[in-house]
Design a protein. Sequence first.
Length: 161
Amino acid sequence: MTIPHKQKVIRYLDVVDPLAKRIGAVNTVWRHAGKWRGSNTDVDGVIVPLSKAMRLAGSSVLVVGNGGAARGAACALTDAGAKVTLTGRSIDRVRALAKFCSSEPMSREQLKGRKFDALVHATSVGMFPKVDESFFDGDIPAEVVFDMVYNPLETLLIKRA
């Protein structure tokens, strides 16, 4: 399941995994025993590799985005003890998500001069076919960069990082 359906699909499912229900986003849907089921693999998809690269508890993590992928990442990172800051293209949606997952909302302008231990990019910026785009025009404000864009494998954000 991908953009923009991760949140909307929940209303059509018969069974939703408790974690996906709490997050409010599903990215995997299947049919079993005559029922449509949904779960969220974004949580493990972010937490497992990041925890191999760094200690999450107490770290500062910037999550870029406000859709289903950002929602899963932000909730998981907060649960892991990270201090999560959220930013994105729609500051109103960023504020709503920040309130939902006990994070700090921040506008692009407020990011200037800030540094984070890690950055999780969870928007479609840089995704095929618009591979020449990046959410950040200049410096990347983190030591560790995790891009949830999967096509292309090496995004402009990753190249700049």
